[in-house]
Write a protein that binds this ligand. Structure first.
Ligand code: MSS
Length: 363
């Protein structure tokens, strides 16, 4: 048997038992550790790094961290300390990797084999990016994208564009984008992008650039590989290219979190979490017969807004037997999770309800 992997130093503060450690750069929350709370505790939150993180020293004096703003009428370098005096907002939002659910693609999509746990719902505190852009004289004419650059030190001898974490998102993302310095009411840890992170509620994980050191309003998308060919949805067997859809807004999704393998006959409470993606949720249904019949579940706990997920619960009687339990969410625009998946080379954006179900033995 394989040795259980230990947590890497930069994530040593995490709750090991709540996580599946895929590698030093990839850790997901155990399905059974997702729980029924609205907010994911920081020490349960998944981790995904494309590059090794910057040194621990980056969060020793967080207010001194500098970020450069370009593509605005008055370009400027500012510190986190200065940003903190400009404005503040707190938003509950789902952070989810583009490849969450990749393990369910039968073609064996390459990359981390995430099940359901490359996602969590957390509270972010920071300044709305739109306010900062405004204070710097607004975006230059022709700006169509917000381009954020990560603060990792790049290894020598490689073309920076081939490895740097630099992402472009459309300017409509300014409706929700923020520069965050706190996670769940605590200073943003380096593990999750401290001292400062570009957080884009409603958008897939990769767009939430950690240790952000530059924001530029640009007329074109960055040519960095992670944008130009990475995180592009294309048919199985095809190479990534800039004309394919980029992993920006998330889609509607849900999954069951309990029971997972076995349960007792009689009254059972079926739990799960559901997210609208970039908009709020309308409803979640649960089926105990693999999708033949559905019952509407009840949302559990407060609605923390369109970007948060909603735990749900359905009370139902389960006589002894084997059950295929699945859940299916619908967003406020009427988009409902499909039964199947959209097969794609890298296994992105899987929200099919069938693959996300669980088989439970009762009795
Ligand atoms: N940022 C940076 N700077 N770097 C890296 O690597 N990654 C991505 C984001 N950001 C990165 C960044 C990804 S890809 C993800 S998911 C996220 O992040 C995660 O987060 P956390 O905090 O959890 O770790 Mo996929 O779509």
């Amino acid at each position: 048997a394989e040795e259980p992997k230990s947590l890497p130093d930069y994530a040593a503060w995490k709750e090991r038992s709540a996580l599946i450690v895929h590698s030093a750069n990839t850790m997901e929350t155990q399905r059974g550790a997702i729980g029924s709370g609205v907010i994911t505790p920081s020490d349960h939150l998944f981790v995904r790094n494309n590059l090794p993180p910057p040194p621990a020293s980056v969060t020793m004096d967080p207010d001194a961290w500098e970020i450069r703003f370009e593509g605005v009428n008055n370009p400027k370098t500012m510190t986190v300390g200065e940003l903190k005096s400009m404005g503040v907002t707190t938003v509950a939002a789902v952070l989810q990797c583009s490849g969450n659910g990749r393990a369910f693609f039968p073609h064996g999509a390459s990359g981390t084999q995430w099940s359901v746990g490359a996602a969590g719902c957390v509270m972010w505190t920071g300044v709305p990016l739109r306010d900062v852009i405004q204070a710097l004289g607004g975006a230059v004419d022709g700006a169509r994208y917000v381009t954020g650059t990560g603060g990792e030190t790049l290894p020598d001898g490689l073309d920076p564009a081939s490895i740097m974490v630099e992402r472009s998102i459309p300017t409509r993302a300014l409706d929700s984008a923020m520069l965050a310095w706190a996670l769940n009411d605590e200073p943003l840890p380096r593990t999750h992008g401290g001292p400062l992170r570009l957080v884009v509620p409603g958008y897939y994980g990769v767009n939430n650039v950690k240790y952000v050191k530059k924001i530029a309003m640009t007329d074109k998308q960055t040519g960095a590989k992670i944008q130009a060919s990475g995180y592009r949805v294309r048919d199985v067997g095809m190479k990534g290219a800039p004309d394919q859809p980029s992993m920006w807004e998330m889609n509607v999704k849900s999954w069951v979190t309990a029971p997972l393998q076995s349960s007792q006959p009689g009254r059972n409470l079926i739990y799960g979490v559901a997210l609208g993606g970039a908009v709020g949720l309308e409803a979640v249904e649960v089926s105990i017969d693999g999708g033949k019949t559905w019952k509407t579940a009840r949302f559990l706990g407060p609605d923390l807004g369109p970007y948060a997920w909603r735990p749900f619960v359905l009370a139902t009687d389960l006589p002894s037997g084997s059950y295929r339990i699945v859940s299916r969410a619908t967003d406020v625009n009427g988009n409902r999770q499909p039964e199947g998946r959209v097969d794609n080379e890298r296994g992105y954006g899987h929200n099919g309800w069938s693959d996300h179900g669980v088989t439970v033995a009762v009795g």
